[in-house]
Ligand binder design. Structure first.
Ligand code: CP
Ligand code: NVA
Length: 312
Protein backbone atom coordinates (compact mmCIF):
# COMPACT_ATOMS: atom_id res chain seq x y z
CA UNK A 1 0.00 0.00 0.00
CA UNK A 2 2.86 2.39 0.80
CA UNK A 3 4.24 1.96 -2.74
CA UNK A 4 0.88 3.07 -4.10
CA UNK A 5 0.65 6.10 -1.81
CA UNK A 6 4.24 7.28 -2.06
CA UNK A 7 4.56 10.75 -3.60
CA UNK A 8 0.83 11.54 -3.32
CA UNK A 9 -0.42 14.78 -1.71
CA UNK A 10 -2.93 14.90 1.15
CA UNK A 11 -5.24 17.70 -0.01
CA UNK A 12 -8.70 16.25 0.66
CA UNK A 13 -9.96 12.84 1.81
CA UNK A 14 -11.80 12.63 -1.52
CA UNK A 15 -8.50 11.50 -3.04
CA UNK A 16 -8.18 8.44 -0.77
CA UNK A 17 -9.97 5.10 -0.80
CA UNK A 18 -11.31 3.30 2.24
CA UNK A 19 -8.38 0.86 2.06
CA UNK A 20 -5.84 3.69 1.90
CA UNK A 21 -7.39 5.45 4.91
CA UNK A 22 -7.42 2.06 6.69
CA UNK A 23 -3.69 1.69 6.04
CA UNK A 24 -2.98 5.19 7.42
CA UNK A 25 -5.10 4.47 10.51
CA UNK A 26 -3.39 1.13 11.18
CA UNK A 27 0.00 2.82 10.79
CA UNK A 28 -1.04 5.57 13.21
CA UNK A 29 -2.10 3.04 15.89
CA UNK A 30 1.20 1.18 15.45
CA UNK A 31 3.34 4.34 15.60
CA UNK A 32 1.48 5.48 18.73
CA UNK A 33 2.10 2.14 20.45
CA UNK A 34 5.77 2.23 19.44
CA UNK A 35 6.26 5.74 20.77
CA UNK A 36 4.68 4.73 24.10
CA UNK A 37 7.38 2.09 24.33
CA UNK A 38 10.09 4.57 23.36
CA UNK A 39 10.65 2.99 19.95
CA UNK A 40 11.62 5.45 17.22
CA UNK A 41 12.30 4.47 13.65
CA UNK A 42 14.12 7.45 12.12
CA UNK A 43 11.41 7.40 9.44
CA UNK A 44 12.35 10.83 8.12
CA UNK A 45 16.12 10.71 8.50
CA UNK A 46 17.84 13.10 6.12
CA UNK A 47 14.53 14.62 4.93
CA UNK A 48 13.22 18.16 5.26
CA UNK A 49 9.67 19.52 5.53
CA UNK A 50 8.53 23.09 4.77
CA UNK A 51 5.63 24.16 7.02
CA UNK A 52 3.75 27.20 5.69
CA UNK A 53 1.21 28.89 7.96
CA UNK A 54 -1.13 31.71 6.86
CA UNK A 55 -3.31 31.11 9.95
CA UNK A 56 -2.32 30.39 13.56
CA UNK A 57 -2.09 26.85 14.93
CA UNK A 58 -1.15 25.00 18.10
CA UNK A 59 -1.96 21.32 17.43
CA UNK A 60 -1.30 21.07 13.71
CA UNK A 61 1.99 22.92 13.80
CA UNK A 62 3.25 21.06 16.88
CA UNK A 63 2.11 17.69 15.53
CA UNK A 64 3.89 18.11 12.19
CA UNK A 65 6.99 19.63 13.73
CA UNK A 66 7.50 17.13 16.56
CA UNK A 67 6.44 14.07 14.54
CA UNK A 68 8.86 14.92 11.74
CA UNK A 69 11.70 15.98 14.06
CA UNK A 70 11.61 13.01 16.43
CA UNK A 71 11.87 10.65 13.47
CA UNK A 72 15.08 12.30 12.32
CA UNK A 73 13.67 14.86 9.85
CA UNK A 74 14.24 18.61 9.70
CA UNK A 75 11.02 20.68 9.78
CA UNK A 76 11.23 24.39 8.84
CA UNK A 77 8.44 26.71 9.99
CA UNK A 78 7.59 29.45 7.48
CA UNK A 79 4.97 31.99 8.49
CA UNK A 80 3.58 33.91 5.52
CA UNK A 81 5.07 37.06 7.05
CA UNK A 82 8.51 35.56 6.39
CA UNK A 83 8.08 34.40 2.80
CA UNK A 84 6.77 35.89 -0.44
CA UNK A 85 3.95 33.40 -1.08
CA UNK A 86 1.41 35.10 -3.34
CA UNK A 87 2.71 38.59 -2.56
CA UNK A 88 6.00 39.42 -4.30
CA UNK A 89 6.11 35.98 -5.87
CA UNK A 90 3.41 33.79 -7.35
CA UNK A 91 2.34 30.66 -5.46
CA UNK A 92 3.48 28.61 -8.44
CA UNK A 93 7.02 30.05 -8.28
CA UNK A 94 7.31 29.59 -4.50
CA UNK A 95 6.09 26.01 -4.94
CA UNK A 96 8.75 25.24 -7.54
CA UNK A 97 11.53 26.65 -5.37
CA UNK A 98 10.40 24.85 -2.21
CA UNK A 99 10.07 21.64 -4.21
CA UNK A 100 13.78 21.90 -5.09
CA UNK A 101 14.81 22.25 -1.44
CA UNK A 102 12.32 20.20 0.57
CA UNK A 103 11.03 16.63 0.44
CA UNK A 104 7.49 17.64 1.42
CA UNK A 105 5.39 20.73 2.22
CA UNK A 106 2.66 21.34 4.80
CA UNK A 107 0.30 24.28 4.21
CA UNK A 108 -2.33 25.89 6.45
CA UNK A 109 -4.28 28.82 5.10
CA UNK A 110 -7.35 30.26 3.52
CA UNK A 111 -7.92 28.96 0.00
CA UNK A 112 -8.02 25.31 -1.02
CA UNK A 113 -6.78 26.56 -4.39
CA UNK A 114 -3.46 27.57 -2.78
CA UNK A 115 -2.72 24.14 -1.35
CA UNK A 116 -3.79 22.54 -4.65
CA UNK A 117 -1.39 24.81 -6.54
CA UNK A 118 1.47 24.04 -4.17
CA UNK A 119 0.93 20.35 -4.90
CA UNK A 120 0.68 20.90 -8.63
CA UNK A 121 3.87 22.95 -8.97
CA UNK A 122 6.22 21.72 -6.24
CA UNK A 123 6.61 18.13 -7.38
CA UNK A 124 6.70 16.90 -3.75
CA UNK A 125 3.90 15.65 -1.45
CA UNK A 126 1.86 18.51 0.03
CA UNK A 127 -0.21 18.12 3.22
CA UNK A 128 -3.31 20.24 3.80
CA UNK A 129 -3.03 21.46 7.40
CA UNK A 130 -6.44 23.23 7.09
CA UNK A 131 -8.06 25.49 4.53
CA UNK A 132 -11.42 27.26 4.63
CA UNK A 133 -12.89 24.22 2.87
CA UNK A 134 -11.24 21.13 4.42
CA UNK A 135 -9.20 19.89 7.39
CA UNK A 136 -8.31 16.34 6.33
CA UNK A 137 -5.44 15.53 8.73
CA UNK A 138 -7.77 16.25 11.68
CA UNK A 139 -10.18 13.56 10.50
CA UNK A 140 -7.53 10.83 10.61
CA UNK A 141 -6.91 11.69 14.28
CA UNK A 142 -10.67 11.73 14.89
CA UNK A 143 -11.30 8.34 13.30
CA UNK A 144 -8.32 6.95 15.20
CA UNK A 145 -9.80 8.26 18.46
CA UNK A 146 -13.23 6.78 17.71
CA UNK A 147 -11.59 3.40 17.10
CA UNK A 148 -9.69 3.61 20.37
CA UNK A 149 -12.72 4.60 22.40
CA UNK A 150 -15.53 2.68 20.69
CA UNK A 151 -13.63 -0.27 19.25
CA UNK A 152 -14.52 0.31 15.59
CA UNK A 153 -15.96 2.62 12.97
CA UNK A 154 -18.57 0.86 10.83
CA UNK A 155 -22.14 1.50 11.90
CA UNK A 156 -21.22 4.08 14.54
CA UNK A 157 -23.33 7.26 14.64
CA UNK A 158 -21.25 10.43 14.66
CA UNK A 159 -23.19 13.66 15.06
CA UNK A 160 -21.49 16.96 14.26
CA UNK A 161 -23.31 20.04 15.57
CA UNK A 162 -22.74 23.74 14.87
CA UNK A 163 -21.40 25.43 11.77
CA UNK A 164 -22.31 22.91 9.09
CA UNK A 165 -20.48 24.65 6.28
CA UNK A 166 -16.99 24.86 7.73
CA UNK A 167 -13.86 22.85 7.05
CA UNK A 168 -14.51 20.40 9.90
CA UNK A 169 -18.08 19.59 8.87
CA UNK A 170 -17.03 19.01 5.26
CA UNK A 171 -14.05 16.81 6.06
CA UNK A 172 -15.92 14.80 8.69
CA UNK A 173 -18.71 14.11 6.19
CA UNK A 174 -16.27 12.75 3.62
CA UNK A 175 -14.12 10.79 6.12
CA UNK A 176 -17.09 9.21 7.88
CA UNK A 177 -18.85 8.26 4.66
CA UNK A 178 -15.69 6.63 3.30
CA UNK A 179 -15.22 4.56 6.47
CA UNK A 180 -18.85 3.49 6.95
CA UNK A 181 -19.61 5.80 9.87
CA UNK A 182 -23.15 7.26 9.85
CA UNK A 183 -22.77 11.04 9.86
CA UNK A 184 -25.42 13.54 10.96
CA UNK A 185 -24.88 17.26 10.61
CA UNK A 186 -27.06 19.31 12.98
CA UNK A 187 -27.04 22.98 12.01
CA UNK A 188 -29.32 25.88 11.14
CA UNK A 189 -30.38 25.76 7.49
CA UNK A 190 -28.35 28.85 6.64
CA UNK A 191 -25.17 27.09 7.77
CA UNK A 192 -25.75 23.86 5.82
CA UNK A 193 -22.84 22.06 4.18
CA UNK A 194 -21.93 22.97 0.61
CA UNK A 195 -24.27 21.17 -1.80
CA UNK A 196 -21.39 19.64 -3.75
CA UNK A 197 -19.91 18.14 -0.55
CA UNK A 198 -23.34 16.82 0.46
CA UNK A 199 -23.90 15.21 -2.93
CA UNK A 200 -20.42 13.68 -3.01
CA UNK A 201 -20.78 12.35 0.54
CA UNK A 202 -24.15 10.76 -0.23
CA UNK A 203 -22.68 8.93 -3.21
CA UNK A 204 -19.77 7.62 -1.12
CA UNK A 205 -22.12 6.63 1.71
CA UNK A 206 -24.10 4.44 -0.68
CA UNK A 207 -20.96 2.43 -1.38
CA UNK A 208 -20.04 2.07 2.28
CA UNK A 209 -23.63 1.41 3.37
CA UNK A 210 -23.69 4.34 5.75
CA UNK A 211 -26.14 7.20 6.27
CA UNK A 212 -25.79 10.96 5.77
CA UNK A 213 -28.38 13.13 7.52
CA UNK A 214 -28.52 16.91 7.59
CA UNK A 215 -31.05 18.43 9.99
CA UNK A 216 -31.71 21.59 11.97
CA UNK A 217 -33.45 19.59 14.72
CA UNK A 218 -30.99 18.97 17.56
CA UNK A 219 -33.28 16.60 19.49
CA UNK A 220 -33.83 14.27 16.53
CA UNK A 221 -30.28 14.64 15.30
CA UNK A 222 -28.70 13.71 18.65
CA UNK A 223 -30.87 10.65 19.28
CA UNK A 224 -28.79 7.43 19.44
CA UNK A 225 -25.48 9.19 18.81
CA UNK A 226 -22.29 7.37 19.76
CA UNK A 227 -20.22 10.53 19.25
CA UNK A 228 -21.18 14.18 19.63
CA UNK A 229 -18.69 16.40 17.83
CA UNK A 230 -18.55 20.18 17.67
CA UNK A 231 -16.20 22.93 16.51
CA UNK A 232 -15.92 26.67 17.03
CA UNK A 233 -18.85 28.74 15.83
CA UNK A 234 -16.56 31.32 14.27
CA UNK A 235 -13.72 29.89 12.21
CA UNK A 236 -10.42 31.65 11.58
CA UNK A 237 -10.89 34.46 9.09
CA UNK A 238 -14.63 34.91 9.83
CA UNK A 239 -14.26 37.05 12.94
CA UNK A 240 -16.42 39.89 11.61
CA UNK A 241 -19.40 37.51 11.60
CA UNK A 242 -19.02 36.66 15.31
CA UNK A 243 -22.08 38.43 16.67
CA UNK A 244 -24.69 37.03 14.28
CA UNK A 245 -23.07 33.58 14.32
CA UNK A 246 -23.20 33.34 18.11
CA UNK A 247 -26.87 34.37 18.16
CA UNK A 248 -27.77 31.90 15.43
CA UNK A 249 -25.94 28.95 16.99
CA UNK A 250 -27.00 29.40 20.63
CA UNK A 251 -29.60 26.57 20.45
CA UNK A 252 -26.89 24.25 19.14
CA UNK A 253 -24.59 24.41 22.17
CA UNK A 254 -23.33 21.08 23.54
CA UNK A 255 -24.30 21.09 27.24
CA UNK A 256 -25.63 18.52 29.69
CA UNK A 257 -29.22 19.02 28.47
CA UNK A 258 -28.49 18.70 24.74
CA UNK A 259 -26.14 15.78 25.43
CA UNK A 260 -29.03 13.96 27.13
CA UNK A 261 -30.93 14.05 23.80
CA UNK A 262 -28.59 11.27 22.67
CA UNK A 263 -30.30 8.85 25.11
CA UNK A 264 -26.89 7.22 25.32
CA UNK A 265 -25.10 7.45 28.69
CA UNK A 266 -21.90 6.17 27.00
CA UNK A 267 -21.82 8.85 24.31
CA UNK A 268 -18.39 10.43 23.84
CA UNK A 269 -17.73 14.10 23.21
CA UNK A 270 -15.19 15.25 20.62
CA UNK A 271 -13.87 18.64 19.49
CA UNK A 272 -10.96 19.38 17.17
CA UNK A 273 -9.97 22.25 19.50
CA UNK A 274 -9.31 25.08 20.19
CA UNK A 275 -12.64 25.27 22.09
CA UNK A 276 -14.44 28.39 23.24
CA UNK A 277 -15.88 27.28 26.58
CA UNK A 278 -19.38 28.67 27.10
CA UNK A 279 -20.12 28.99 23.39
CA UNK A 280 -20.16 25.77 21.35
CA UNK A 281 -19.58 23.63 24.46
CA UNK A 282 -19.92 24.20 28.18
CA UNK A 283 -16.97 23.91 30.53
CA UNK A 284 -18.57 20.93 32.33
CA UNK A 285 -19.04 18.87 29.17
CA UNK A 286 -15.51 19.60 27.98
CA UNK A 287 -14.16 18.48 31.37
CA UNK A 288 -16.55 15.52 31.77
CA UNK A 289 -15.72 11.79 31.70
CA UNK A 290 -17.36 11.65 28.28
CA UNK A 291 -14.91 14.12 26.77
CA UNK A 292 -12.05 12.54 24.82
CA UNK A 293 -10.64 15.77 23.45
CA UNK A 294 -7.13 15.44 24.96
CA UNK A 295 -6.60 11.97 23.49
CA UNK A 296 -7.97 13.32 20.22
CA UNK A 297 -5.43 16.18 20.31
CA UNK A 298 -2.57 13.80 21.09
CA UNK A 299 -3.64 11.60 18.19
CA UNK A 300 -2.99 14.49 15.80
CA UNK A 301 0.69 13.76 16.24
CA UNK A 302 0.59 10.00 15.70
CA UNK A 303 -1.80 10.27 12.77
CA UNK A 304 0.17 13.04 11.07
CA UNK A 305 3.31 10.95 11.49
CA UNK A 306 1.48 8.07 9.78
CA UNK A 307 0.25 10.30 6.94
CA UNK A 308 3.77 11.61 6.31
CA UNK A 309 5.25 8.10 6.51
CA UNK A 310 2.72 6.78 4.00
CA UNK A 311 3.11 9.58 1.48
CA UNK A 312 6.71 10.86 1.58
N1 CP B 1 -7.38 21.20 15.63
C1 CP B 1 -6.47 22.02 15.11
O1 CP B 1 -6.22 22.07 13.91
O2 CP B 1 -5.85 22.82 16.03
P1 CP B 1 -4.86 23.99 15.71
O3 CP B 1 -5.65 25.10 15.05
O4 CP B 1 -4.30 24.41 17.04
O5 CP B 1 -3.79 23.49 14.78
N1 NVA C 1 -13.20 25.48 11.91
C1 NVA C 1 -12.04 25.87 12.67
C2 NVA C 1 -11.14 24.70 12.87
C3 NVA C 1 -9.96 24.96 13.75
C4 NVA C 1 -9.07 23.76 13.90
C5 NVA C 1 -11.33 27.00 11.95
O1 NVA C 1 -11.16 26.92 10.73
O2 NVA C 1 -10.93 27.96 12.61
Amino acid sequence: MRDKLKGKSFLTLKDFSKEEIRFILDTAHKLKADRKEGIYHQLFKGLSLAMIFEKPSTRTRCAFETAFGEEGGHPVFLSVNDIQLGKKETIEDTARVLGRMFDAIEFRGFKQETVNKLAEYSGVPVFNGLTDLYHPTQIIADLMTVEEKLGGLEGKNLVYVGDGRNNMAHSLMIGCAKMGVNITIVCPESLSPLKEVEEYTKLVAKESNSKVIITDNIKDGFNNAHVIYTDVWVSMGEEEQSKERIELLQPYQVNSTTLSYTNNPNVIFMHCLPAVRGLEVTHDVLESEQSVVWDEAENRKHSIKAIMFALI
